[in-house]
Design a protein around this ligand. Sequence first.
Ligand code: NAD
Length: 374
Amino acid sequence: MIGAGYVGLVSAACFTEFGWSVTCVDKDPARLAQMAEGRSPIYEPGLDDLLQRNMKAGLLRFTADLGPAVAKADVVFLAVGTPMRRGDGHADLSYVYGAVEELAPHLDGFTVITTKSTVPVGTSREIERRLKAVRPDADCAICSNPEFLREGSAIQDFTHPDRILVGLDDDRARAVMERLYKPLSIRQAPLMFVSRESAELAKYAANAFLALKISFINEIADLCEVVGADVQQVASAIGKDRRIGDKFLHPGPGYGGSCFPKDVSAIVRTAREAKAPVSIIEQVSRVNDERKIAMASRVEHAMGGSVRAKTIAVLGVTFKPNTDDMRDAPSLVIVPMLQERGATVRVYDPEGRKQAEPLLPGVVWCEGTYDALA
Ligand code: NAD
């Protein structure tokens, strides 16, 4: 498992629960040191227990040395970050291709190489091209196995997935992936084999659709406020329709996190380059940006028109509960806007504080809920 972050570490730990032997490779010495002690460097409920149990069983190891880990592996997962590229909003694939170039010299015997990272359509083909350029003799198959877990319930999501999606065009790789996921498929988790392009695009389409649901209900909430309807009642009424579903119909301060903002941006770029623009999805991120800004004004309105010299308590600043992940959290827009308008902001977030502190200067950090409220 190359990359031991929110996705790589959870996937690795869960694969060891199935009985597979996994070596996690990461470049970050601080993360490696913590993992070597059986402590997860990220906050994810239940993960420490899983790490400790499977390290003790001899199934889970951590290293910075990619070579031996790759040489012995039947499957190599790429679970490195694919953040938004500065300037053009595309997915930055430098970590993916960097890892591919590092691993190529170490391939030994038939190896399945599969992306778990979210990568734009066509990336498997490009990985294949780059590998062949360095190692024309390599016996390997490149697959796409996008991950759908959610931070905060990642272990449950990984072990009880709605589906496992594998994009490939190689029968030997299919046999390996069938065996790898057998512990889930025998429990009726749908294991879907599709083309690599379909798997890659399906991940972006899924995230874009979920982001769209959030922006949709946020706009309906705006309309409700003006016309005197209650958005909670509207959401639960429409959610009862099984064609719509009741998930992701919760109005809020806009979506954030490590996936939706960058993935919505990347699919928009892909579609524009393919000359098949996805105009609905383009609108989704615009609505979301406006939502975050409007949230600060709502707070102002609730406080009688101004927050100057007022003290505001904020409980939780991560992008959602049960994670310490601050990537693109709406709080990073809303809190500074309140500060700029003269408010003192007191925050309590027991898991998020470490990541949030450098990102939210000027905030008064509190030791508990009551401390923040006082
Ligand atoms: P992350 O930043 O938490 O972890 C990435 C890890 O990869 C880091 O620890 C980094 O040190 C390591 N790394 C980078 N280059 C490396 C290399 N050459 N060798 C070894 N290690 C290397 O990222 P994440 O949140 O786990 O996301 C990983 C991918 O999974 C992204 O493409 C993301 O879009 C996707 N994804 C994330 C989630 C989520 O909830 N976080 C869910 C589904 C999919």
